[in-house]
Design a protein around this ligand. Structure first.
Ligand code: FAD
Ligand code: THG
Length: 827
């Protein structure tokens, strides 16, 4: 008798079938897959998915998922019929902007280890014979991309899983989730309950309805997307037969929001060139029953929406002039507020998981990650962009999900700068200083719903005073976007005067109660049992020693801690770790409080006269916190600085925020205080070598690789991840010496080329790593890039960063670049 947990998977589409396969491959053999539709073609999105698999993405994880799908499906067949055909993928440019962007996209592929080539128009036509040579300016060719036969793969995966004990049951609708004492116990169907220890909803765009059964928000929007097949295309006749089906690469024509594949002697065309067409789940049902339609995910074709795109198809592929649109439908699949999939366990009902908003492209990879989570408790993949708990509560409201997800549909093939903010909804979260920031000409970008000043136009007046040594070089078109030379002024004034930074968007959690100390001690690498007033920079690891987050933990009372964190995932993590005895409370205090970073050599001269409390070095030491009054405003001041200058993070309640700003601002006038934004902030923190979690390091990395070994105190006793990283140190060695890769600081040799992030880095002419964060270092007068590189790339090593196809020489530098002996910050 098997002792593995009983798992019910809801949904027998490509995600559910892959998950059954991945679980049974790991010995979890009591798996039941239920689907409301008939088997094997359930009527879900998979049933009619054309199956194009392009691996390119700015996200390493998404490319890894796609590459795993390619590899897995390549080794899969159904009675000899192929499930994946590596015909290659071709993205073509018909505009100069797109041609340039293809170089950036190639950089991502290189960074993530997928081979590709940029090809001339002749080669595009050689690869895809229907292209109009005169229309195409060039292309990006990825030979390992190709076509997945999703519905066929589902059958092959189901057979394999069944052979290992899984059961697939069609025409069975899940109408409720059974639970007891906060744990899932089964799924309810019209025929009765199927008992389960774990339930994973792989219900695709039906996800929100299943989530609602356990009160879980599933922030996705079902949208219709047009797919058509032409009639016979004369030029294709005789090239493929029914079995081979396709010979030319799958094709993307992003300038017109279109993609193409062969169906024997016809062409299939997908179009995103239409208005977003949201679908309400209720409209797909009759009286709560699934409609008779064999394919609830296929809506009638709206011909008018394809009129314009059809013109463009025929322009790119003139052979289509002799063909007609023979069939078409509006197919439904999921979009999310940020385009990522939704993976995770319910916060309320243990054992209830979801894996939704997943393309065929990423399906095998996502399933592998979920299987790893269920079997091992962790996955090798960095899931922070996929975790369903990455959203704030307001981002899970229906209106927000609808508006942002529809926008993602519209922008799916657009050329987007990494800093480009959404246009709407905006002004959702504003700090108490917002009015003052607007008066100072703040240029806001959006992050986590917050309006965040990137620089202040008011500081343009200081450009005239900028010393020559601080004058930044001209930027290229790309790195100049969403940037201003005013950032140089703000960096200069921070290093030589004093500046005010709005730190309100920093996630703040209050952890309190008699068990708070023990909880934080168990979850972090640092010593937490310090005196009241201590602040500790520390790491939260997973069981395998990967970095789940980095926190500052301030002990504000015996049983009260303020955790400076990175986002909603930290809150989710803490909530899941709470002891059941109620001895710890966790509260997100971000919205009710605010924070100003007052930093720079003149910071003390600004703050001290406003307070009777002692802000001298002795009165409030580095990495200490205390309650005080500044200009009559009760505050908590923490002596630390992400920009690496003397000063404090000054916190108060939201109601008093504006007052605090005004008091500091007025007092700073004689000192030349400025408001400074995130452009300067990011530059200064890189100069100081401070890592940004989610960019520079993730769960994929251990503290020693990330250069954060100093924050680990193995001697403190047991903590999550300790045994895993203890093994790294060897018997007596320094673990930092045993790592094979390292987060490295690069400076750019030409002194002017600023890169964006995600670029590949070449060592001895070979791709060896990728850029995580980059900025111009105003203090050091050179661009900086942090990058993952083999440990052999020690300081002094020459490397090249590939930026839009250009190789930019750079040098590994000893870090930090600024104030390595802490003279500026500890005064
Ligand atoms: P589905 O296949 O929809 O499976 C979910 C299953 O859950 C369904 O079978 C459903 O019946 C079942 N279910 C739902 N509710 C219940 C319930 N209450 N009880 C029991 N069962 C339930 N992706 C690509 O990667 N490449 C492409 O080229 C591509 N082209 C596309 C073109 C079109 C026109 C469309 C519509 C989508 C396309 N996609 C493509 C997206 C892709 O099809 C989907 O993302 C993918 O198939 C989703 O798989 P899934 O298993 O999550 O969902
Ligand atoms: N402020 C607060 N909390 C935070 C951040 C912050 N939490 C999330 C994120 N930012 C954490 N990142 C850092 C990174 C570096 C430092 C602080 C927060 C820092 N490091 C010192 C150093 O490396 O020299 C730590 C020295 C020490 O451990 O004593 O200051 O910006 N509140």
């Amino acid at each position: 008798m098997s002792t593995s947990p009983r798992v019910v998977i809801i949904g027998a589409g490509v995600v559910g079938a892959n998950l059954a396969d991945e679980l049974t491959a790991r010995g979890v053999d009591r798996v039941t897959v239920v689907d409301q539709g008939p088997l094997p073609l359930t009527g879900g999105s998979t049933s009619h998915a054309p199956g194009l698999v392009f691996q390119v993405s700015p996200s390493k994880t998404m490319t890894q998922f796609a590459t795993y799908t390619v590899d897995k499906f390549s080794g899969l067949d159904l009675d000899g019929a192929w499930c994946f055909k590596k015909v290659g993928g071709l993205e073509v440019a018909t505009t100069p902007e797109r041609l340039v962007d293809l170089r950036r996209r190639q950089g991502w592929l290189t960074s993530w280890g997928v081979e590709s080539t940029l090809v001339e128009p002749d080669e595009c036509v050689r690869l895809h014979g229907l292209l109009d040579r005169d229309r195409v300016l060039g292309g990006l060719h990825t030979p390992t991309d190709g076509l997945a036969k999703a519905a066929r793969a589902v059958i092959a995966l189901a057979r394999r899983a069944e052979a290992r004990g899984a059961r697939f049951q069609g025409s069975t609708r899940v109408i409720g989730i059974e639970q007891a004492a906060g744990r899932v116990t089964g799924v309810r169907t019209p025929d009765g309950v199927i008992e389960a220890d774990v339930v994973v909803s792989c219900a695709g765009f039906w996800g929100p309805a299943i989530g609602a059964m356990v009160g879980m928000d599933v922030p996705l929007l079902p949208l219709a997307h047009q797919y058509v097949k032409t009639g016979q295309v004369a030029e294709l006749v005789g090239r493929n037969d029914e079995a081979s089906e396709i010979g030319m690469p799958i094709l993307r024509y992003q300038d017109a929001d279109l993609y193409f594949r062969e169906h024997v002697d016809r062409i299939g065309i997908g179009s995103y060139a239409h208005r977003p067409m949201p679908v309400r789940l209720a409209d797909l049902e009759d009286d709560g029953e699934v409609t008779d339609s064999a394919m609830p995910s296929m809506l009638p074709f709206t011909e008018d929406d394809f009129a314009g795109p059809w013109e463009q198809c025929r322009e790119l592929l003139p052979a289509l002039n002799g063909a007609k649109v023979e069939e078409g439908f509006n197919g439904i699949f999921s979009f999310t507020p940020d385009g990522g999939p939704l993976i995770g366990e319910s916060p309320d009902v243990a054992g209830f998981w979801i894996a939704e908003a997943v393309w065929v492209t990423h399906s095998a990879g996502v399933a592998k990650a979920v299987a790893q989570l269920l079997v091992d408790g962790r996955t090798e993949y960095d899931l922070h962009g996929c975790d369903v708990h990455r959203f704030e509560e307001f981002q899970r409201s229906a209106d927000y999900v609808e508006e942002t997800s529809a926008q993602n549909f519209v922008e799916i093939y657009d050329i987007l700068h990494p800093l480009q903010p959404k246009e709407s909804p905006r002004n959702l979260r504003v700090s108490p200083f917002h009015r003052r920031q607007e008066e100072l000409g703040a240029v806001f970008l959006e992050g986590g719903g917050w309006e965040r000043p990137h620089w202040y136009e008011a500081n343009a007046a200081l450009l005239a005073d900028l010393p020559a040594a601080w004058t930044p070089p001209q930027r290229d078109d790309w790195s100049a976007q969403f940037h201003s030379p005013i950032a140089a002024v703000e960096a200069w004034r921070t290093r030589e005067g004093v500046a005010m930074y709005d730190m309100t968007p920093l996630k703040r959690l209050e952890v309190s109660g008699p068990g708070a100390l023990a909880l934080l001690d168990r979850l972090t690498t640092g010593k937490m049992d310090k005196s009241v007033g201590a602040v500790t920079y520390t790491l939260a690891l997973d069981e395998a020693g990967g970095i789940r987050s980095d926190w500052t933990v301030a002990r504000l009372g015996r049983d009260r801690f303020q955790v400076g964190a990175n986002g909603p995932l930290d809150l989710d993590h803490l909530n899941r770790q709470l002891p059941s005895d109620g001895s710890v409370q966790v509260r997100d205090i971000t919205g009710g409080t605010c924070c100003i970073g007052v930093w720079g050599p003149l910071a003390r001269e600004l703050v001290q006269p406003l307070s009777d409390d002692d802000f001298t070095n002795e009165g409030l030491k580095y990495f200490r916190a205390k309650q005080a009054r500044i200009g009559g405003v009760p505050v908590v001041a923490m002596r630390l600085s992400y920009v690496g200058e003397l000063g404090w993070e000054i916190y108060t309640s939201a109601d008093l925020g504006l007052r605090l700003w005004d008091v500091l601002w007025a007092a700073g006038q004689d000192l030349g205080v400025i408001a400074a934004g995130r452009a300067a902030f990011n530059s200064l923190r890189l100069e100081k070598g401070y890592r940004a979690w989610g960019h520079d390091m993730t769960t994929e990395h251990n503290p020693y690789e990330a250069g954060l070994g100093f924050a680990v105190r193995p001697a403190k006793g047991e903590f999550v991840g300790r045994s895993a990283i203890a093994g790294l140190a060897g018997l007596d060695g320094n673990p930092a010496d045993t790592v094979s890769r390292r987060l490295s600081c690069l400076t750019v040799d030409d002194g002017e080329s600023v890169v964006l992030g995600h670029e590949p880095v070449f060592l001895d002419g070979q791709p060896a790593g990728y850029v995580t964060s980059a900025a111009f270092g105003h203090t050091v007068g050179r661009p900086i890039a942090y990058a993952w590189l083999p440990a052999s790339a020690t300081p002094g090593t020459s490397v090249e960063i590939e930026y839009f196809g250009r190789r930019i020489p750079a040098t590994v530098a000893a870090e930090p670049l600024v104030d390595p002996d802490m003279a500026r910050i500890r005064r």
